[in-house]
Design a protein around this ligand. Structure first.
Ligand code: WQD
Length: 340
């Protein structure tokens, strides 16, 4: 059974990916520093899969800890790297924290992997690297625009670091998955998104409003040049996103990759406006959502949704869930954690 390291494996996307790896027969080792997750997620993973992954609480900013880990686990066949800080707004306030946490950790892992005979690496990237793309849907060869935030910059720089490494290390194989907007939760409602404090992202704010934790959702602007005036995004079920990681890892393990550095847009290919997401919640919950129109949010792009042709045809992956199915899973999770 191939052993795979998942960094940030107790986080939102990481935990769902651990489940899909276990379902495919991989042995999973999780590293997490619990800065943005809870040890309870380990219980949720085990409850779903019946298999408890190995877990090491360590901070990847500690270079010697990373070196010790890899000397202990020489049989790791692949690494899926989620561990990073990811709050756009916070990154503007704390840029050095973001550059240190998102880049030093990546470099320390790559130093270990490139010292091995052969290694396989899946990088958690983001559609944020495109900024406001010129054309919709967005293809992988769309221009990489100057980042709107230090967070987005760490994803761009991260990809560059990996690309430059791949150029000189032919034994190092990497895939960067550029996520669009992950939403929802595992259908068992044993794991899901656990935003700390006031949710920055749309869907957890909607479900918390639906659960009565928030008075009203503020819609950040309805005067954009879109059909209903609100911003458009590509909301993908987190389980579909998790499955994309397993497919990408198998591509490298089975040496099906066409170069040792590849990028794929991981989305549904469907753009949904903020108001359409609100209506999706109202349909699946049979509740009316209290919301008000507020000012635009600094740094928001007008529209971003994926051209998924490359992932469909080359990766052999396609998102299966609709917006309503993803929203229903998010709502079921919210009800579960609030005891509703
Ligand atoms: C979606 C839309 C908001 C909250 C960010 C990061 C991206 C990834 C996902 C990490 C926008 C609107 C939101 C609210 C609102 N993060 N909105 N009221 O900004 O597309 O992407 O999170 O990997 O890298 O950039 O997601 O959910 O914050 O916003 O109207 O209370 O919902 O203006 O149009 P975003 P989001």
């Amino acid at each position: 059974m191939d052993k795979v390291l998942v960094t940030g494996g107790l986080g939102f996307i990481g935990s769902h990916t651990v489940i899909e790896l276990q379902n495919e027969g991989f042995e999973v080792v999780i590293i997490d520093n619990l800065s943005n997750s809870s040890i309870d997620v380990l219980e949720g993973i085990t409850a779903i899969s019946g298999k408890s992954p190995l877990f090491e609480q360590l901070d990847l900013k500690d270079k010697s800890a990373v070196q010790n880990f890899f000397s202990k686990h020489k049989d790791i066949k692949g690494v899926i790297h989620f561990a990073a800080s990811k709050a756009v707004g916070e990154s503007v306030q704390e840029p050095l924290l973001y550059y240190e946490n998102n880049l030093n950790t990546l470099i320390y892992i790559l130093q270990e992997l490139t010292a091995k005979k052969a290694s396989n690496f899946i990088f958690s990237s983001s559609c944020t690297v495109y900024g406001q793309a010129d054309n919709m849907p967005i293809t992988e060869d769309a221009a990489i625009k100057p980042a709107e935030s230090p967070y987005g910059n760490t994803k761009q720089i991260g990809e560059e670091i990996i690309k430059d490494t791949c150029k000189v290390k032919s034994n190092f194989n990497a895939i960067a998955l550029r996520y669009f907007n992950p939403i929802g939760a595992h259908p068992t409602a044993e794991i899901g998104e656990l935003p700390i404090g006031v949710p920055q992202n749309l869907v957890p704010f909607i479900t918390q409003t639906g659960a009565g934790l928030r008075d009203a959702l503020s819609v950040f602007g309805d005067d954009y040049p879109t059909p209903d005036g609100t911003c458009i995004r590509d909301y993908i079920h987190v389980v579909d996103l998790a499955k994309a990681h397993v497919v990408a890892l198998k591509r490298l393990l089975n040496k099906k990759n066409t170069s040792n550095y590849e990028t794929f847009n991981i989305g549904t290919g469907v753009g949904s406006s903020v108001l359409e997401v609100i209506h999706s919640f109202e349909r699946v919950s049979n509740k009316s959502l209290n919301y008000k129109i507020a000012d635009r949010r600094e740094g928001d792009v007008i529209s971003a949704y994926a051209d998924t042709t490359k992932a469909n045809e080359e990766l052999g992956w396609k998102a299966a869930s609709s917006l309503d199915e993803a929203m229903l899973s998010a709502w079921k999770w919210e009800q579960k954690i609030r005891g509703l």
